[in-house]
Ligand binder design. Structure first.
Ligand code: ZN
Length: 346
């Protein structure tokens, strides 16, 4: 059986959208909402807000997930015809070594290439294995007959062109989904699917609810604006962080209680946990050590809101990510229960 969320993930990760160049993917999500008859608007920085009216229009809710991803920009065209990169977002060079990539020129042309360390060839370089991967030795080998900077420029490639990584999305028969950029396109797919169900089942939500598809999360200022003054609760749906000592896994919904920004709202956290308990939703409570979300960005930018963070567990984040359909399902269940629940009292 095909899973709608997995299908949406495949479509979303197939549209390159490094932070700063998210127009195409926003257009895709916008069309999806518009086809459902949902009112949408865009903010000036390129994010999308879809709104479902609720019984109570005095107090609102907002949920957010981000479509922007990690990526890079052409920093320099080297004399040998290779490209030096500048990274967009927080990741390590070793997590993109060997990756196929696309370079989008300002004119909109696409060229392909591979991200490699300069001294990759073991037949030539003794330190191919041990050399530190850094900005100076990592470069893009363009799939074109180019051996000089001028020849590269003749292709239309220039400093400032966006570089995106091959998402190499794959779904296994036993329910795993592997891809770059599951952070946070997995959550965007969940929100899209939840909105579809609400509309098609004619569900009237208790509160007017905004769904903010943010496009600058990876660089720290995605969902920190365009929060209506009526918004009381603000829930970020973003990947759960997995690793040694973490309880988050690929089969449950992760409820984040604290990240690098500090604790999330205690009352909302307890509300989410009790919703999970009451509805037999499999969940994990966790702390994400090196993490910030659009909800914490919103608090930092001065919004007086009750903020929370939940999401599907994603293994090997900002690298070769993987989750399981179970985690998508449990996250969707919790969001649906949350949308129908009362605002917490504070
Ligand atoms: Zn994220």
């Amino acid at each position: 059986m095909t899973n709608r969320k997995v299908d949406l993930i495949k479509q979303l990760v197939g549209i390159p959208s490094p932070s700063g160049n998210t127009g195409k993917v926003i257009q895709f999500v916008e069309k999806y909402f518009q086809d459902l008859g949902v009112a949408t608007k865009r903010n000036r920085k390129g994010g999308l807000i879809a709104t479902l009216p609720g019984e109570n229009n005095q107090e609102h809710r907002m949920l957010t997930a981000h479509v922007d991803t990690l990526g890079a920009m052409v920093k320099e065209i080297k004399p040998n015809g290779r490209l030096k990169l500048d990274l967009i977002g927080g990741f390590r060079y070793n997590s993109i070594e060997g990756e196929y990539c696309e370079i989008e020129t300002a004119a909109g042309e696409i060229h392909t290439g591979t991200i490699l360390m300069r001294q990759t060839s073991v037949h030539v370089y003794q330190d191919a294995g041990s050399a530190e991967r850094n900005q100076d030795n990592m470069e893009v080998r363009i799939d074109a007959k180019v051996g000089s900077a001028d020849e590269v420029r003749a292709l239309g490639i220039e400093v400032g062109d966006f570089v995106s990584f091959d998402p190499r999305v794959e779904e296994t028969a036993n329910g795993f989904i592997k891809s770059r950029h599951l952070d946070d396109k997995a959550s965007v797919a969940i929100l899209m699917e939840v909105v579809r169900q609400m509309v098609e089942d004619n569900v009237k939500l208790p509160y007017t609810t905004h769904f903010l598809i943010s496009n600058n999360e990876e660089i720290g200022y995605g969902g920190n604006s365009n929060i209506s003054p009526e918004t009381v609760e603000y829930l970020a749906v973003d990947m759960g962080a997995m690793g040694d000592g973490q309880s988050t896994d690929e089969y449950t919904v992760s409820i984040c209680v604290k990240d690098a920004s500090g604790p999330y709202h205690y009352g909302l956290r307890k509300h989410l946990v009790s919703l999970a308990e009451e509805n037999q939703i499999k969940y994990k409570v966790d702390i994400y050590p090196y993490y910030g979300s659009d909800a914490s960005a919103a608090i930092r930018s001065g919004h007086d809101i009750i903020h929370g963070l939940i999401g599907p567990g994603i293994d090997s984040s900002h690298a070769f990510e993987r989750t399981h359909v179970d985690s998508l399902e449990e996250t969707e269940k919790l969001i649906k229960k949350y949308l129908m629940s009362d605002l917490i009292s504070y």
